[in-house]
Design a protein around this ligand. Structure first.
Ligand code: ZN
Length: 468
């Protein structure tokens, strides 16, 4: 009886031991056991714990990661632990998913304005998905009224929709371009001819034929006349511009005949200044001799000498700002641009907008051919039409090149003087030998019955033959 009892206890103990031995460990997963992972994100073990009857086996666990991060799907993470020679396994399911929408990018603006009556031309678009890559060819386009919708779905059914708004309207004004100057001058009695114009609209293109011009120039009456040009585009945008035509009296002596009161008159003209050291001495001599002269100035030299020229009663004419033939004679516009610069300088210093000019190299120059063919033919007419008076010369002192002594300058001048003509003498106030010859030239003139004068707007133009 006692033996039986002992056996029973032993058996029970053995069973208990066996149960304890084979009892499986307890796996505890942090977060849930199965996890959804967004494509592109890195899997990070959320943590776990393995225990058996309070004893921690976590550190003995081996993890096998079967995730293919490049492909959507469901993958296993296997946790293995060996306790007392027995291997226990648990599996975590990882579902790799794509919840990210594709991105559509439009070429051009999302708000487009086009001309009325014009069909919108698709400017292009691109669709990129984080998982599928370029899915531009899956984009569906639908049009409704003025709205274009672009939609696309990726393989995970994520959808993106964007829109482009098309507005049909023309709010831009047309432009009118006048041929010739907007401020024109003609002489009394001459007929004014419309130089022409063009009109252009951003939507309607060339609309020159729709221009309406109004206004009359009475060329037999002095005054300022306005011609108005108006044009409307198809959307009703209207542009108006005005041209002014001034009818002025004829210059006092446009003919080449020298009036008797001009005969024997000497015009001393000085180009290329002012210059410190020569112009100031020339001004002193003119003052002492009581003689007026004309200075065709440039943008070089100090301002105060131009001020002196003006204050002491001489004429300040315009020569050139740069005296660079290549710049001056590049084009008609370029000529006027250069002229304006020197005109502005003189106006700033003297307060007078001088219209008395001398072309660099004279109107007969041939150097301009190199830069612009026929420019002198154009300019010599155009400057007069604009109200300028230009003066060449009929006596050269030679101080621009061939002569470099004051006796040379003196002799060149006095042997060309004549009582039967206007004596328009070309000199350069930047040359020391001209400065040194001046007093003797003036004395010779006075002793031989010549009179001295400065150029004014009523002095007859002395002009060369134009060679270009
Ligand atoms: Zn010059």
């Amino acid at each position: 009886m006692k033996k039986k009892y002992v056996i029973s206890i032993v058996v029970i103990l053995l069973i208990v031991i066996a149960v304890i031995f084979f009892w499986p460990p307890k796996f505890e997963f942090k977060q849930s056991q199965n996890i959804e992972l967004e494509y592109g994100q890195k899997y990070q073990e959320p943590g776990f714990k393995v225990t058996k009857f309070g004893k921690d086996y976590t550190k003995k666990v081996k993890i096998k990661n079967k995730i293919n991060k490049n492909k959507l799907g469901t993958y296993d993470i296997i946790y293995e632990v060996k306790i007392n020679g027995i291997t226990y396994k648990k599996t975590r399911k990882i579902k790799l998913v794509d919840n990210e929408k594709p991105i559509i990018t439009l070429t051009g603006n999302e708000n487009v304005t086009i001309c009325p009556q014009v069909q919108y031309q698709e400017e292009g678009y691109k669709a990129i998905d984080n998982y599928d890559g370029d899915i531009t060819n899956k984009v569906k386009i639908t049009k409704k009224d003025n709205l274009i919708t672009y939609s696309v779905k990726d393989t995970s059914n994520n959808e993106t929709k964007i829109t482009r708004t098309i507005t049909s309207e023309d709010k831009s004004l047309p432009t009118i371009t006048l041929k010739g100057s907007t401020n024109q001058t003609i002489y009394l009695g001459n007929t004014w001819k419309e130089p022409g114009y063009t009109a252009y609209d951003n939507c309607d293109n060339d609309i020159t034929n729709n221009v309406v011009s109004s206004g009359v120039v009475n060329s037999n009456k002095l005054g300022s006349y306005k011609i108005t040009y108006t044009v409307k585009d198809l959307s009703g945008n209207q542009t108006t511009i005005i041209r002014t035509v001034k009818v002025i009296s004829k210059p006092s002596n446009p003919s080449s005949q020298t009036p008797s009161n001009q005969k024997g008159t000497i015009y001393l003209t000085f180009d290329d200044g002012p210059k410190e050291g020569t112009t100031n001495v020339i001004l002193d001599i003119l003052k002492e001799e009581g003689v007026s002269a004309t200075f065709f100035v440039t943008n070089s030299g100090p301002d105060y000498l131009i001020k002196r020229e003006h204050d002491e009663g001489h004429t300040v004419g315009l020569h050139t700002a740069s005296h660079n033939y290549q710049t001056v004679y590049k084009s008609v516009d370029s000529y006027y641009n250069d002229l304006k610069q020197v005109q502005d300088r003189v106006k700033r210093i003297t307060g007078i907008e001088s219209k008395i000019i001398r072309f660099p190299g004279g109107s007969s120059n041939t150097v301009s051919k190199k830069y612009s063919k026929g420019i002198m033919t154009t300019l010599t007419k155009d400057v007069v039409n604009k109200g300028y008076r230009y003066y060449d010369w009929n006596i050269s002192s030679g101080d621009a090149g061939e002569t470099t002594s004051s006796s040379g300058v003196y002799n060149n001048v006095i042997r060309s003087l004549s009582k039967n003509k206007v004596n328009m003498i070309l000199m350069h106030d930047i040359k020391p030998y001209t400065r040194d010859a001046l007093r003797n030239i003036i004395r010779y003139g006075k002793n031989n019955g010549y009179t001295f004068a400065k150029i004014t707007m009523s002095t007859p133009m002395v002009t060369h033959h134009v060679n270009n």
